[in-house]
Design a protein around this ligand. Structure first.
Ligand SMILES: Cc1cc2nc3c(=O)[nH]c(=O)nc-3n(C[C@H](O)[C@H](O)[C@H](O)COP(=O)(O)OP(=O)(O)OC[C@H]3O[C@@H](n4cnc5c(N)ncnc54)[C@H](O)[C@@H]3O)c2cc1C
Length: 503
């Protein structure tokens, strides 16, 4: 089936007279906190003042993993410290004319335990994405995977994964529960796993998925991670308005209900060390880079990426250090393209196999409930979230640091126009978010090593999603739940159960 996803709603005059086009707004970057990250390079020279305050537990990092840990420990004297001015990490959101959109993390997949119970406890209603979940741009058309030129291999892979998901040897998350047969899959690439049974051009399409979701090319990423992630084609996926920031907001609300002053933002932690039966966490406020302070706690949960943890954490074992040091990260650009009308009615997640500038874009269902807008205007505004992982991470990081946003926006905008031919004048704004290091590369061999790595350094607990070797909301939630559980011996009053035993 060929779909005709580009909405006509077009004004012919706009299309034929491009000089009537209004300039497209490109606001400054959001995303990576480049200055604070650079400043950490010198953190060893910063003073460590005596503690000014004491807590039961300090959580560092306010992404989904840190917020999950803080939520679990909300009845303790807990303090969460976050570097950015806003909580959420990769799962933040923005708004355009009342429409929420994701700055990064958009949907979730796994509702098995411990995730299903966690979502229930938070009172979240999961809504499966209904429109065709995935479409693919082939030559000049958008088609669904199930009906397009790859219908046969796609159906074969979907059936294979659907069966596999229910078997005990499936490459599961958390990786601590992996069977030895599943862990063997971590020794080969996803390409090696697929190559005997699937045509090369179909495998090539999955490469875009690997670059976007697993931080590497299909021949680099682990078959364990590839199978775990790509099994989403055989299961429903779930999306909230504005993406996974919705889950973040729920966690923040529940933390607020539990008590005041549970978190502080705009705080950069630069040193963590154990001192007897206390852990000392030193930080400064971003608003005053010389406001060095230390807080003491019985335990610290470190929910920041491992490459940053390496810079600020003392006491890692040589094995932990070597493994963490070897981890690689992809660089990523996300562009939220804000239109004055709906311009695309294809799938939710729309893939390009050959486009060099971006791999896919998400077109969330338009919020039709906005009837007042309908009365005033002929159009509903819409936002497409365009995902552009860089093929070469170092070059990508350099591009993100040195290229002005309007130049990057212009390139993306042209290529988006090529594939959906939106009416001239309909694109109003391109809002760019950059991520220098945020997609962990799930390279072959990593998951097996991580599954055996101790997550504790004395009273300090590593709890970032990096610990699962795959960047996902489920990795972040699991690490947050497990991190909170691991802090239990240091906090007499908690009664948390081990999330590994749920499964
Ligand atoms: C563009 C993109 C799209 C994605 N889309 C999806 C998706 O649709 N579905 C899905 O399941 N997964 C997706 N992922 C992956 C998933 O969103 C992440 O793995 C997950 O959100 C990470 O959560 P986290 O809490 O472990 O880490 P982070 O979100 O990285 O949070 C870590 C926090 O620590 C803070 N921090 C760092 N250093 C310091 C310091 N020194 N002091 C204080 N604070 C510090 C950071 O500011 C940050 O807020 C996506 C990832 C990217 C990059």
């Amino acid at each position: 089936m060929t779909m005709s996803p580009t909405l006509s709603g077009c004004n012919m005059l706009e299309n034929t007279l491009p000089f009537l086009k209004k300039p497209i707004k490109v606001p400054p970057w959001t995303g990576d906190f480049v200055d604070a990250q650079d400043r950490l390079q010198n953190s060893k020279t910063f003073p460590i003042p005596n503690p000014s305050d004491t807590f039961d537990v300090v959580v560092i990092g306010g992404g989904i993993s840190g917020l999950t840990a803080a939520y679990q420990l909300r009845d303790e004297n807990v303090l969460l410290l976050e570097r950015d001015s806003e909580l959420g990490g990769i799962a933040k959101q923005g708004h355009y004319k009342g429409i929420p959109y994701s700055l990064g993390s958009a949907y979730l997949v796994d509702t098995q335990e411990p995730f299903g119970s966690f979502y229930n406890e938070l009172g979240l209603t999961l809504t499966p994405v209904e429109r065709p979940v995935n479409t693919l741009r082939t030559q000049k058309e958008w088609t669904t995977f199930a009906k397009g030129p790859f219908a046969k291999p796609f159906e074969q892979l979907r059936a294979q994964l659907k069966k596999y998901v229910q078997q005990p040897d499936f490459p599961v998350l958390p990786i601590e529960n992996a069977s030895s047969a599943a862990l063997k899959l971590d020794q080969i690439s996803f390409y090696d796993y697929l190559k005997a049974d699937y045509p090369l051009d179909f495998i090539h399409c999955i490469d875009a998925y690997c670059r976007s979701s697993l931080g590497g090319m299909i021949h680099e990423v682990s078959a364990y991670a590839g199978i775990n992630f790509y099994s989403e084609i055989a299961t429903p996926i779930y999306a909230f308005p504005g993406g996974n920031a919705y889950l973040v907001q729920r966690l923040i609300n529940l933390l607020n209900v539990a008590g005041t002053n549970r978190y502080r933002t705009g705080i950069s932690v630069y040193n963590i060390q154990q001192n007897g039966d206390q852990v000392l966490t030193s930080y400064y406020k971003n608003s005053d880079p010389f406001s060095f302070q230390t807080v003491a706690s019985k335990s610290v949960i470190l929910a920041i990426p491992y490459f940053t943890a390496l810079q600020i954490l003392n006491g890692l074992s040589p094995e932990q250090q070597a493994l963490m040091f070897g981890m690689q990260y992809g660089a990523y650009l996300v562009a939220n393209c804000c239109f004055d009308r709906e311009v695309f009615q294809g799938g939710y997640d729309n893939w390009l196999s050959s486009n060099p500038a971006f791999t896919h874009f998400i077109a969330p269902p338009s919020p039709k409930q906005n009837t007042s807008l309908e009365k005033k205007k002929a159009y509903y505004p819409s936002v497409l979230t365009v995902y552009a992982p860089f093929r070469n991470s170092n070059a990508g990081r350099a591009t993100l640091q040195t290229t002005p946003p309007p130049n990057l926006a212009e390139k993306l905008e042209k290529e988006l126009h090529d594939v959906i031919q939106y009416p001239n004048g309909s694109l109003q704004e391109v809002r760019l978010t950059r991520y220098g290091h945020q997609v962990l590369s799930s390279k072959t061999g990593l998951i097996q090593k991580l599954s055996k790595m101790p997550k504790t350094v004395g009273r300090i607990i590593l709890a970032h999603s990096d610990g699962q070797g795959m960047a996902s909301v489920e990795s972040a939630i699991f690490e947050g739940l497990y991190g909170a559980y691991l802090s239990k011996p240091f906090l007499a009053s908690t009664s948390l159960s081990n999330p590994l035993q749920f499964i």
